[in-house]
Design a protein around this ligand. Structure first.
Ligand code: BES
Ligand code: MN
Ligand code: ZN
Length: 465
């Protein structure tokens, strides 16, 4: 989809001209005011739409009125959602070109507008012989610089969504490693032997039951004078069957999504040169599958992570934290200032927060608050979870330094406490995207499948330093 910035939207030939209506106010279009508002009493409640043909009286073939609700309650989030609703409607009408003429909005909407059309125009139709309808051109009058920046971020989101939606048979650890090498960045791929030599006994154990070899991926972006050095780690379980503690069918069904955070890291790194932030960004993925093959790691095994700490395997389905443990140690060894890890880590986080908000914990209050704020400004919702010391007890093992599962109650925070054992000096935040990365049914602006969680927040975070 191409976004064109034009000032004369009225004079723009297109299939649909979208105009907004705040409750109790008029639109810029006489036709809409006469038929929708006066005759049909269209109120302009938030998200309501009204479509009317122009019968050649105007350059646009149809006018779509989108309700913006009460002006006093209008927000950038609402603008994005309304934009998405209008675009979905346009797709339903098989429109190819859509012009948006927004008036009376008292904030700069280039960013949210761009996310809106990009998210709504997405579908995963690679494997369909008949492709889905899409809008090809969008016209808008908005700040071009901000719009182009948001367009790059939206491109990264699409990249991430495409990759996370792929079947596990395609998106293997080897494939992720291949993709990582296409960005023209300094990239290191460590195979199983090298990981073992580095002491990554937790990560390599998880991969043992699979025929797919593990790949530890490190992609590095270095600007001229980096203001700080950041590592972004993404859980990269290309498939999580649960391992020997096998998941039941309903839980296993969507487990190709367990590399969503890894796909997020790849999406972020795919556009980092274009956005050119002033910070060093290290994208890290410990990619593997969790399978119950005959060489699989077993409950009761004792693993040694890269920092020397030993872990008793209580449940082979708590594999994500094992892969992250070694990834965190690796990031610490790089000596970065900040580490952010993203992971589809716990069902408990989904139970606690649902599928709208991701959970966040960390070791530095300001760092966590900054991330929550950046995320919220670009349309991602995070919620801070506690990490209560009381739960540390539940991670104790009789034979090793710790076990890989803690208390079931508070399962998202016990996972956080486990991860913290592998963090040393860096500021660290852990974002659990189990509920927000991949939807089992359409949710808001998102269709079923990957939502590209983390991409907007991470790219805005690194560019706004
Ligand atoms: N990948 C899952 C978590 C998950 C669940 C992600 C649902 C997305 C949707 C993770 O590896 C897992 O299996 N976690 C277990 C941990 C438990 C064994 C302590 C869980 O949450 O049940
Ligand atoms: Mn698991
Ligand atoms: Zn998992």
């Amino acid at each position: 989809m191409e976004i064109k910035v034009v000032s004369d939207l009225q004079g723009q030939e297109c299939d649909i001209l979208v105009v907004n209506q705040f409750e109790g106010e008029k639109t810029t279009q006489e036709l809409a005011n006469k038929y929708a508002i006066e005759e049909d009493k269209f109120e302009g409640k938030f998200g309501q739409t009204y479509l009317l043909p122009t019968y050649g009286k105007q350059k646009a073939r149809k006018i779509l009125v989108i309700g913006f609700g009460k002006k006093a309650e209008f927000t950038p989030d609402k603008l994005r959602i309304a934009t998405e609703k209008a675009l979905k409607k346009a797709i339903q009408m098989k429109a190819k070109s859509v012009a948006y003429e927004y008036t009376g909005v008292d904030f700069d909407y280039a960013e949210q507008f761009t996310y809106g059309v990009g998210i709504a125009n997405y579908s995963f139709d690679k494997y369909k012989t008949k492709k889905d309808d899409k809008v090809e051109t969008v016209y808008v009058n908005a700040d071009e610089k901000e719009l182009r920046r948001a367009e790059i971020i939206t491109k990264a989101m699409k990249f991430t969504r495409d990759l996370a939606n792929e079947p596990a048979a395609y998106a293997t650890p080897t494939k992720l490693a291949e993709i990582a090498q296409t960005f023209g960045l300094e990239t290191k791929i460590y195979d199983r032997d090298e990981c073992e030599k580095m002491g990554m006994g937790a990560f390599t154990a998880v991969s043992k039951g699979s025929a797919q070899p593990p790949k530890f991926i490190h992609i590095k972006y270095t600007p001229q004078n980096p203001k700080k050095r950041i590592a972004i780690i993404g859980k990269g379980l290309c498939f999580d069957s649960g391992g020997l503690d096998l998941k039941p069918p309903a839980s296993m069904l969507t487990m190709r999504d367990d590399m969503s955070a890894g796909a997020c890291v790849l999406g972020v790194m795919s556009v980092i040169k274009e956005l050119a932030p002033d910070v060093e960004v290290n994208g890290i993925i410990a990619a593997c599958e969790n399978m119950p093959g005959c060489a699989a790691y077993k409950p009761g095994d004792v693993l040694t992570a890269m920092n020397g700490k030993t872990i008793e395997v209580d449940n082979t389905d708590a594999e994500g934290r094992l892969t992250l443990a070694d990834a965190l140690c690796y990031a610490e060894k790089l000596g970065v200032d900040e580490i952010i890890d993203l992971a589809t880590l716990t069902g408990a986080c989904m139970v606690a927060l649902g599928t709208v908000r991701s959970g966040i914990v960390g070791n530095d209050d300001k760092f966590v608050k900054d991330l929550i704020k950046v995320a919220s400004d670009c349309g991602e919702k995070y919620w801070e979870l506690p990490m209560d010391e009381e739960y540390k007890e539940s991670l104790k093992s009789d034979i090793a330094d710790m076990q890989n599962t803690g208390s079931r109650w508070g399962g998202a925070q016990t996972a956080g406490l486990f991860l913290q054992e592998f963090v040393d000096k860096a500021k660290w935040a852990h974002i659990d995207i189990a509920g927000t990365a991949f939807f089992e049914k359409p949710q808001g602006e998102f269709i079923k499948g990957s939502a590209g969680a983390g991409v907007r927040a991470m790219l805005n975070y690194v560019t706004k330093q």
